[in-house]
Design a protein around this ligand. Structure first.
Ligand SMILES: Cc1cc2nc3c(=O)[nH]c(=O)nc-3n(C[C@H](O)[C@H](O)[C@H](O)COP(=O)(O)OP(=O)(O)OC[C@H]3O[C@@H](n4cnc5c(N)ncnc54)[C@H](O)[C@@H]3O)c2cc1C
Ligand code: FES
Ligand code: FES
Length: 522
């Protein structure tokens, strides 16, 4: 073991460190960095069971940590530019597999053409999972407790998958085969999701109830009234049984009825819903409760769809934020730029899938060169590829303000900012921060001058246990960077992913409001 040099001064961070100490909870693996879809699929074909696609890692890293799956190679698809774009073409929205939930919730093209999907995406988990998790990862994992598939079924979306034999398009309803099961072959990857908008004049709504940040039930409804009766209707339900389902039989019964009659029909459909959805008892609720709430939410969603044309008000609330690289307008423009080729034309996105005989050079354990800025100071060194950012800041740098608790992306105690975005450091690999700027609680104060958020937390007694407090403050920091004047409701939604067990939320929310006013006064 090499000697480790650490600077534990709370106001400073080591400029450089070189260690070969292993401090990881994950078993060693290697990561491949394909540049094209063809390279990625040929690696899957070559390595078979030993390789897994690694997108956001929100689920994959949890599975590896809990030894629920084994993989010695992760094929990282985030560097494949064509998988990270959103484009409106030929009357369809085309969403690349590695587009994250948070980008979808804010992307102007999605909010304009698919407001129900933007609404569903905004309800996924917490801001840290939404910053990390991708739409492709969500659909390929096909956890029954997911939001996007339900909204996408109502849109009659399709997915494109690519493998050594070429590309194929599959309707989403056929792609989602069962609990954690899809129509993907072992050497295929999902490349994009193609979504038609709803017909003109249709209203839509996505409603969900949840527990511990996972949905217990999600309902999507789209419909249109003509002369007082329902002319067209599409309904889908997710999270109740093994997979999200369209309710075709019920839709047929509702066509031509008034809303009042439709609500009575839904009320009487218990046995149909039970047979179709196959509700199960689990930690998120009993089968009976889910079945009862399905009818309640179906009625509410249908009523909302028929009464309000769009569940997501436009223009975007909070207005345009023109700070570089942060604003919603900036995000939209960035997406447009990604989609253009060197001559400024929109790229042709038919994915070329070629099998080649090369072997990618993997990042192997202990050989990852990491160079980043931590709390405003540069850091360079080597870290094992499987080291998490939490292990990196706490054990390697001695910055112990960031806390370890649930290690499941639920509690938020480990929240740090990477390029101004809140992430769970417990479930993020350190190498993902290469070339980026990491901010921990130790970097908030400027010398002896505390950040307005820290001062407000002290004044309002927003900190009680102190253990969850760094995570709360870092989450609040990310919120104020993205939305400098949030409402109390927006604060409550954002902070819902940071658990306070002692009930200090009112004081925490008051602290954030106060700091937002203070920031604007300065
Ligand atoms: C605490 C917590 C709460 C959550 N709450 C919600 C919620 O409320 N609603 C919701 O919908 N989801 C929720 N999720 C699930 C999560 O958001 C999604 O599953 C996430 O989007 C996964 O995406 P990822 O990119 O991180 O996938 P990864 O973890 O990288 O991959 C997941 C699986 O899919 C495979 N995979 C990924 N991308 C591809 C691809 N393009 N082609 C082929 N295979 C691929 C991987 O090999 C792996 O098997 C939650 C997750 C956590 C941890
Ligand atoms: S979310 Fe990372 S420790 Fe709880
Ligand atoms: S302040 Fe930490 S649990 Fe409430």
């Amino acid at each position: 073991m090499q000697t480790e040099t650490r600077d534990r001064d709370r106001h400073s961070t080591p400029v450089s460190i070189s260690v070969s100490v292993r401090i990881t909870m994950l078993n060693p693996f290697r990561v491949l960095d394909p540049a094209t879809v063809g390279e990625a699929s040929s690696e899957l074909a070559r390595l078979g069971e030993r390789a897994r696609i690694y997108a956001g890692g929100a689920e994959l890293l949890l599975l590896l940590r809990h030894r629920l799956i084994q993989a010695d190679t992760l094929v990282d698809i985030k560097r494949i530019a064509e998988l990270n774009r959103i484009a409106w073409e030929g009357g369809l929205l085309r969403i690349g597999a590695t587009v994250t939930h948070h980008r979808l919730e804010r992307e102007p093209l999605v909010r304009e053409h698919l407001p129900m999907l933007a609404s569903a995406e905004s309800q996924v988990a917490n801001i840290r999972v939404r910053n990390q998790g991708t739409l492709g990862g969500n659909l390929c994992f096909n956890d029954p407790h997911s939001d996007p598939p339900t909204a996408l079924l109502v849109h009659e979306a399709a997915v494109a998958v690519a493998g050594p034999k070429g590309e194929r398009r599959i309707p989403l309803s056929d792609f989602l085969v069962g609990m954690y099961a899809t129509a993907l072959e072992a050497d295929e990857l999902l490349t994009e999701v193609v979504v038609p908008p709803l017909p003109p004049g249709w209203g839509e709504a996505y409603l969900r109830i949840h527990r511990l940040q996972r949905p217990t039930l999600g309902v999507a409804a789209a419909a249109r009234l003509q002369n007082g009766s329902i002319e067209g209707v599409r309904l889908a339900v997710g999270c109740v049984g093994p997979k999200a389902e369209r309710l075709a039989e019920l839709e047929a019964k509702l066509r031509g009825t008034t809303l009042a009659d439709a609500l009575r029909v839904i009320e009487d459909e218990k046995s149909y819903l039970k047979q179709l959805l196959q509700p199960v008892d689990d930690l998120l609720g009993s089968a009976d409760y889910k079945l009862y709430m399905t009818r309640v939410l179906l009625s509410r969603a249908l009523s909302q769809a028929l009464q309000s044309p769009s569940p997501f008000p436009l223009p975007l609330e909070g207005g345009e934020d023109e700070r570089e690289g942060v604003g919603w307008g900036a995000l939209g423009r960035a997406a447009e730029e990604i989609n253009k080729d060197e001559g400024g034309r929109m790229k042709d996105e038919s994915f070329e899938c070629r099998v080649s005989s090369y072997e990618l050079k993997p990042k192997t354990p202990q050989d990852v060169a990491l160079s980043l800025t931590i709390n405003g100071r540069p850091w360079k060194g080597q870290v094992p590829v499987e080291e998490t950012l939490l292990e990196f800041v706490r054990a390697r740098l001695g910055l112990t303000g960031t806390k370890r608790s649930c290690e499941s992306q639920v509690c938020g105690a480990c929240t740090v900012l990477v390029d101004n975005r809140a992430i769970s450091s417990c479930n993020t690999l350190a190498f993902e921060a290469h070339g980026k700027s990491v901010l921990t609680i130790e970097g908030l104060a400027a010398g002896e001058q505390l950040d307005p958020l820290q001062e407000a937390f002290i004044r309002n007694v927003g900190a009680q246990c102190g253990y969850c407090t760094p995570g709360q403050i870092m989450a609040a920091k990310a919120l104020l960077m993205e939305n400098p004047s949030p409402t109390r409701d927006q604060i409550a939604e954002w902070l819902s992913g940071n658990i306070c067990r002692c009930g200090a939320y009112p004081a925490i929310a008051a602290s954030i409001l106060e700091a937002s006013h203070e920031n604007q006064r300065r």
